[in-house]
Every structure is written in C-alpha cells, then in structure tokens.
Write a protein that binds this ligand. Structure first.
Ligand SMILES: *Cc1c(COP(=O)(O)O)cnc(C)c1O
Length: 466
C-alpha cells in the first residue's frame, strides 16, 4: 500500500515510511492512496475471530508490502495480549438498543493504548532491520503521554521525550508518566501551557539542528498507524451486534477527530455504519463545522473532559481531503488561509461528500454531569466525563429505534475521580493492575518555558542518526 499527503506535494511512502515519519514534508497528513474494500461476504467471514485475528485481517491491506501476514498476526497477538480483558474491547449493554464499547482495558486506562501498544511494536519491528535510531518527541495534556511511554519504555532503539505543562495535568496522569523508570523515557515538565509544549514539538520537527541530527518520530494521531489500529474495534463491535446483516451507529467523544475518523475509514472499507455521531464538549468547533459549514477556532475553555479541550482538530483535514475529492493543491490553499485567519468555510463538495454518515452534537458541563448520573442510576455503570459526552449525544440522537447504537467509552472513570464523584457520589478506584502509583518514585526534569532549553535537553540526551 502507498500513502499520499493531503496537501499533494510530498513523495508517496509505503507503510513503514509513514509509520516512522508522522507528518508529511509538505505539512499534510498521510492517507492510503485508495481505500481497501471488504465485500459483505468478507465481513461475514470475520464473525467469531479473536480480537488479534480480526485486527490482523482488518489491517492486512494497509501494511501490505511492509509486513507479512504471519508477522502482523504475531504483533497483534502480543499487543492485545497485554489488555486486562479477554475481549480486549468488550461491549456492555445499557438499554434495549444502546451499548458502551469499553476501550480502557489497556495499561494506562484510556483508548489511546489500543493504538499505541501496536505502534510501539511497529516501531520496534521496523527499526530492528536497520541501524536507525528513533527519537520520539511529544506534547501531552495527559492521556497520550502515558500511553506512548508505556508503549515504548525499555525499547533499545527508541528514546521518548514527553513534554507536559508543569502543574496542569492530574496527579494520576502525571504519575503514570513519571514513575516509569526505563532509561529511554525522558519526562519534561515545562513552566508553560500545553499549547506552549505543542508549539515546541512542532518547531523541533522543522528545526534542522534537531530533525537533521536525530530522526524525529510522532506518536500523536497525525501518525496513520494509530488510526489504522482504531478501525479494528468498529469492526469488532459491529460484528457482535449483527453486521453485516445490520447497520450500526456509533457515538464518539471527539477531540482531534482521530477516533471518529477511524470509524469513517471502517465505513469506507465496507462495514455497514448507519451513523457516526461526533460528540463534542463546549469546545464545539467540529459541531459547528458539521452542522453549518463554518470552521472557525475560538479560545479553548477548560472542561471536565480535558482530552477534548481542543479547537483545531488535526485529523479533520483528512476528512476534508477525502470527502472533497482528494484535491491536494486545493487543500494546501485552504489550510494556508485557515492558518492565517483561524476560520474557513467548508466547500459544498466537502459538506456533500460526507453524505448522511455524520451528525454532531454538543454537551455542556451540566449535560456531562447528568449523563454520568443517568448511567449510574439507570444502568449501574460508572463512566468518565469523556464517555458521558458521547452518551449524551447518543441518547439525544434522532435514529430510528431499530438501529443499535454504540457509545465509545474512551477512558476509565478512575482517571477523572473528582468529576465522577461529584456527579455520582461514588469515587472510582484505580484497578489493581496499575499498581500503587503513589508509592513509586517520580522522575522528571523541570525546564523553563523556553524552546532552546528544551531543544538543548533533547540534543544532550538523544542518540544521533548515523
Ligand atoms: C484523546 C481522547 C479523546 C479524543 O479522541 P480524538 O481521537 O482526539 O478525537 C476522547 N476521550 C479521551 C479519554 C481521550 O484520551
């Protein structure tokens, strides 16, 4: 499989290339040159496969040319063998036609483990055949950092530098990063905000003194391999609920548009999906864009669902490119204008190209609290604030009663104990498998909010490419 950039000016790469590269050289994001397609019979034949077998079946066309089928299955078996639930992503029924898809049974209790456990193994696989060394730099407001660190800790040819804003991530989130003692893990707390951290990372990709001396890799959802791994659980859930004989709807708590884009990919591949509900909190740029065509960014307002406190969703570009007729030059011009004005209108083709597949909805803080309370009182389920936003959107959708709807449960409630306790009166406990984070020693370096200080630190601790 070959991958092309959404901005049309970067060389096409194979799967190994896109996995190790992250962002395309023209500033765009990589997508497969064409969508692989499963027939109804192919989908029917997936029923009854184990999660690792299903994962290998769904990912096979995307990795063709870079991994053999046997090797892919081995990697899927080890990545998903590390999950605490045999089904990996189990479904829990809430009422007659509404299910939760629990995506938080991985090592760091959020859905990001599903993709990052696989991505860590893919990095290791592709680096094993070469003398390359990969330096991962990332910025995190919480969940991505711990999931990425747990995916690559201890790997010989990788160093990871994860930058978080000092004092602005929760204690559980910070300790999930800083108590990992492997020598290739470098936690940096900067005396600044998440946006400052993110800007430093982007600058490092463009800084020849860093990206020339070191091979810089990405672990956020600009990396195609992450989205690919997420396509699998849409298949897993739909098959259990009767696909391909029935068409299923999904409600997806959305921030960077990665998770819900994976659902779009599943639909393009032939999975019968009735509807994808893009659920946002009060940072609702995507809700406005999908309902009115107006994509304009405002300031970010902090909420009880911090992983969705995002204004500019990087993966939305992938949808606009694909739905809008795959016009790379047009995308380049549209994004350049957006970067200047922080606002743009979607074209008729971009709006029409997504057809009736997408709907959007917005939950404010009160809706979020009430959704957590409803799940607790009516179903005996304690859910986290991100999941609650998806649940609110699902319960207010206008779907016919015959359509099964699945809300993606993106984090374990114990990651956000204060908001959960305030809504339900119950304080969720961190599962035993995580260990006693509060008994372990923390390791991190605090640096000033200054690009040179951080870049110098990375340069002093990373391994140069030879
Ligand atoms: C990252 C995250 C999201 C948002 O997912 P996107 O792929 O960025 O849309 C939602 N919920 C939780 C708990 C997350 O960690």
């Amino acid at each position: 499989m070959r991958y092309i950039s959404t901005r049309g000016a970067a060389d096409a790469l194979d799967f190994e290339g896109v996995t190790l590269t992250g962002l395309a050289s023209d500033g765009g994001l990589f997508l497969p040159e064409r969508w692989p397609r499963f027939s109804r019979g192919d989908v029917a034949a997936m029923a009854g496969l184990s999660y690792p077998e299903l994962a290998a079946r769904v990912m096979a066309p995307f990795v063709a040319g870079s991994l053999t089928q046997d090797r892919l299955l081995t990697l899927c078996s080890s990545a998903y063998g590390r999950f605490a639930h045999e089904a990996v992503t189990p479904l829990v029924q809430l009422d007659a036609q509404h299910w939760l898809l629990e995506l938080f049974h991985g090592p760091t209790l959020a859905f990001k483990d599903v993709a990052l456990q696989m991505l860590g193994l893919l990095f290791e696989e592709f680096l094993a055949h070469s003398d390359k060394h990969l330096t991962i730099v990332g910025a995190t407001s919480g969940d991505t950092g711990s999931a990425a660190i747990h995916a690559v800790a201890g790997l010989g040819k990788i160093d990871i530098f994860m930058i978080h804003p000092a004092g602005r991530v929760s204690d559980v989130q910070r300790r999930q990063m800083t108590t990992v003692s492997a020598s290739n893990v470098h936690n940096i707390a900067i005396e600044g905000s998440f946006d400052d951290a993110q800007a430093m990372v982007k600058r490092m990709f463009a800084d020849d003194a860093i990206n020339g001396r070191f091979r810089i890799g990405a672990v956020n959802s600009i990396n195609w391999a992450r989205l690919m791994a997420q396509v699998v659980y849409y298949f897993a859930a739909a098959l259990q609920l009767g696909a391909p004989g029935r068409s299923i709807a999904f409600s997806v708590p959305t921030g960077n548009f990665g998770d819900v884009f994976a659902g779009y990919v599943a639909a393009r591949m032939g999975l019968p999906i009735e509807r994808l509900i893009v659920a946002t909190n009060i940072n609702d740029i995507l809700h406005r864009a999908l309902s009115t065509g107006d994509y304009s960014a405002g300031a970010v307002t902090p909420t009880a669902a911090p992983s969705m406190d995002i204004q500019v969703s990087s993966n939305f570009e992938r949808l606009l490119f694909d739905a809008g007729g795959r016009d790379g030059a047009g995308m380049q011009a549209q994004m350049a204008a957006f970067e200047k004005k922080k606002a743009m209108r979607l074209s008729d083709l971009q709006i029409g190209g997504t057809g009736t597949l997408f709907r959007s909805a917005r939950a404010d803080e009160k809706d979020t609290t009430l959704a957590m309370r409803w799940a607790s009182e009516h179903c005996g389920e304690i859910i986290d604030p991100h999941t609650a936003i998806g649940l609110h959107a699902a319960r207010h959708s206008d779907l016919p009663e015959s359509v099964p709807i699945v809300t993606l449960a993106t984090a374990h409630p114990a990651k956000f104990p204060d908001a959960v306790e305030a809504a339900t009166g119950q304080r969720p406990q961190v599962p035993d498998r995580v260990g006693d984070l509060f008994a372990l020693e923390e390791k991190f370096t605090t640096l000033p909010n200054d690009y040179s200080a951080v870049a110098d630190y990375v340069a002093a601790h990373a391994t140069p490419v030879r």
